[in-house]
Design a protein. Structure first.
Length: 70
């Protein structure tokens, strides 16, 4: 059997890039959506959104493609 360890690195890279794009989009959109008192939280919310999206993409790809099973 061939080892396909390169797949996990590609998945992580793709998830990171999509998460980064979501972070940048959130930083542009959130200041318009949040009330004035919460606009200071824009950076934190955008970073949390990036993390959630990246981890979610990785888990979805791993579970749908059964990566790591023999």
């Amino acid at each position: 059997m061939r080892r396909n360890n390169w797949k996990k690195y590609i998945i992580i890279l793709i998830a990171f890039i999509i998460g980064l794009v979501a972070n940048l989009a959130a930083r542009a959109i959130l200041p318009r959506l949040l009330p004035v008192g919460m606009q200071a939280w824009t950076g934190l919310l955008a970073t949390l959104l990036e993390i959630v999206i990246s981890v979610g993409i990785i888990l979805i790809i791993i579970f749908t493609n059964h990566i790591g099973e023999d």
